[in-house]
Design a protein around this ligand. Structure first.
Ligand SMILES: Cc1cc2nc3c(=O)[nH]c(=O)nc-3n(C[C@H](O)[C@H](O)[C@H](O)COP(=O)(O)O)c2cc1C
Length: 169
C-alpha cells in the first residue's frame, strides 16, 4: 500500500466509545469544523448546518429520550456535533455524511476521537429536542458524531470483506 498522511489517517481512524471529560479546545474545534465546511456538497450549495452541543442538560435530555436510556449513546463525550440539512433536499444524507467524514478524519489527525451516532437520529427529530438545536428554518437532523479526547485505544479494526469490489473493464 502506498502510504502518506492522508491514507494513514483513513486506515487508522476508529470509532471511539470512551472519552475523557475534559472539553475539546476551541482551536481544535474551530479547525475541525472548518474541514467539515470544505467537504463536497451537491451543486456546491453547502446546504448543511453544524450544531455543536456542549450543553450537558441537552445531552442528558437526548439520552433520557432514548428507548434504552440505561446506556449513554454518546459514551461520555463532552461534545456532540449534529449535521442537519433541508428536509426536502435531494442529497441531504450525502451532504451531511460527506461533512461528517471530514470532521472525523480531521479530529483523528489531532488525536481526538469520534463516533458516528446513528441511533439518536429519531430522538433528534422530535419537536422537544429539535427545537433546541438552533437549526435554520426547514432543516432537520441527519447525522451526529461524538467528539472528545479518547480515554482508551480503540479495538483493532474488523477484518475487511474481500467480496465487495467488482471491476467492469
Ligand atoms: C450510519 C452509521 C451509524 C452508526 N451508528 C452508531 C451508533 O449509533 N452507535 C455506535 O456506537 N456506533 C455507530 N456507528 C459506528 C459503527 O459501528 C462503526 O463505524 C463500525 O463498527 C466500524 O468501526 P470503525 O468506525 O472503528 O471503523 C455508526 C456508523 C455509521 C456509518
Amino acid at each position: 500500500m502506498i502510504l502518506n498522511h492522508t491514507v494513514e489517517a483513513l486506515m487508522e481512524r476508529r470509532s471511539i466509545r470512551s472519552y475523557r471529560s475534559e472539553q475539546v479546545s476551541e482551536e481544535e474545534l474551530t479547525d475541525i469544523l472548518k474541514t467539515g465546511k470544505y467537504a463536497p456538497s451537491a451543486m456546491g450549495r453547502q446546504a448543511r448546518h453544524f450544531t455543536v452541543i456542549q450543553n450537558k442538560a441537552l445531552l442528558a435530555d437526548i439520552r433520557a429520550a432514548m428507548q434504552d436510556a440505561t446506556d449513554d449513546p454518546f459514551y461520555g463525550a463532552p461534545t456532540v456535533i449534529v449535521l442537519s440539512a433541508p428536509a426536502d433536499a435531494r442529497f441531504a444524507p450525502e451532504d451531511t455524511s460527506c461533512a461528517i467524514m471530514n470532521l472525523m478524519l480531521a479530529a483523528h489527525s489531532y488525536g481526538l476521537g469520534t463516533c458516528f451516532i446513528g441511533c439518536v437520529r429519531d430522538v433528534l427529530r422530535t419537536p422537544a429536542i429539535q427545537s433546541r438545536l438552533k437549526l435554520p428554518e426547514g432543516y432537520i437532523p441527519y447525522s451526529c458524531i461524538t467528539l472528545g479526547y479518547p480515554k482508551e485505544h480503540a479495538d483493532a479494526p474488523a477484518p475487511r470483506r474481500t467480496d465487495d469490489v467488482s471491476y467492469v473493464r
